[in-house]
Design a protein. Sequence first.
Length: 142
Amino acid sequence: MKTLLIAVISALLVACANATKTTQDDSLYRALGELEGIESITHRFINEIGFNREIITHFSDTDLGRFKEKFIEQICFESGGPCEYTGDSMQQVHRGMDITEGEFNATVNALTAAMDTEGVDKRTQNRLLKKLAPMRGDIIYQ
């Protein structure tokens, strides 16, 4: 009887532990086209930045290869993909840049234009922007 009770309790503990585990929702990652889609969006985003005189100056000293790599990691991570973001915090990256709200908004517009060009639907765009929005305070006026 004691062995049966221990087995039942053990089974319940395992079931409870498994029930509390959360699985990462990767639906946004998939909606963005997974890693290939995120890479394409990033490429378009960098092009959009290059055409925008209002924000390009903030990227004049940027290592574009590193920016591209870290942006892909960040979008992949934030969208629930299998990536880990290994870059610096947004506050560290933007310290001393004194990015205005207008410049921030122009950068968001560049990202949405890139997603439009890549055929990402508005619902998916809004889901991604909602994930990124909390970073706003770490980017402007730093």
